[in-house]
Design a binder for this molecule. Sequence first.
Ligand SMILES: C[S@@+](CC[C@H](N)C(=O)[O-])C[C@H]1O[C@@H](n2cnc3c(N)ncnc32)[C@H](O)[C@@H]1O
Ligand SMILES: Nc1nc2[nH]cc(C(=O)O)c2c(=O)[nH]1
Ligand code: SF4
Ligand SMILES: [Mg+2]
Length: 245
Amino acid sequence: MGVVTVSKLPVIEIFGPTIQGEGAVIGVKTMFVRTYGCDYRCGWCDSAFTWDGSAKDKVRMLAPEEIMDELTALAGDNFDCVTLSGGNPALIGEGMGILIQLLQERGIQAAIETQGSRWQDWFYDVDVLTVSPKPPSSGMKTDWNMLDGIMDKMKAQGRAAHSLKVVVFNEEDYQYAKSIHRRYPGVPLYLQPGNEDVTEEGDISVRLLGKLEWLFNLVIADPEMNKARVLPQLHALIWHNKRGK
Ligand SMILES: C[S@@+](CC[C@H](N)C(=O)[O-])C[C@H]1O[C@@H](n2cnc3c(N)ncnc32)[C@H](O)[C@@H]1O
Ligand SMILES: Nc1nc2[nH]cc(C(=O)O)c2c(=O)[nH]1
Ligand code: SF4
Ligand SMILES: [Mg+2]
């Protein structure tokens, strides 16, 4: 018997193919792997089941190879990109690094969604890194030392396409987004209107589009935001608050 490496990941859901609904690679067909656990507790988190205990019984500890097999079983070769989200995927060390390698060996892009509260060396290997620092409305406090460190390292390394994405619910959040833009001026900034009710059932697109127009108007009036991009959560316009989309 060979030695078994323990590098399993806590996975709460694997789904797709769907369309990436946010940020730099919006519109691209992608699979999702959502890890369990978060070091934050954002008041408005649209994926609170990844950390609030309500879906704890659905968590599976999976080896990177098992995740690959499940992606293939779900979608065959009908995808070129896998988005690793959570929760905070940056809580996971070795296992995530191995999964990213496995994906890339098969010519599949690895995209990451994380909030910038933790660093992992595998950030260097990611194809698309989205760092989404949290504005005041979340109730979280930004660790500026950590965020500076992450942005410095990504800049110095230069391979992975990285960008910033700030969710904006109110004027104070908008000011926070501006402070992020001033602090990291060379990094593409995406602004995303907040979904104020992540439990509402039925069609929420009119409400979301209203919030998008509000954010459009702030940016339109603001010469400091000439380079920012304002995008909706595209999947939420189409599939609303449905899970696994
Ligand atoms: C659920 S999080 C998981 C990844 C990581 N924890 C993070 O926050 O970046 C994925 C993305 O959804 C965004 N998000 C969460 N709740 C939201 C809401 N109510 N409205 C708009 N965006 C939201 C987050 O800001 C983040 O950019
Ligand atoms: N379609 C779709 N696009 C997304 N982009 C980021 C997501 C996330 O929850 O991390 C997400 C998601 O949950 N679904
Ligand atoms: S950091 Fe991301 S997953 Fe964690 S609570 Fe905030 S939005 Fe949710
Ligand atoms: Mg989501």
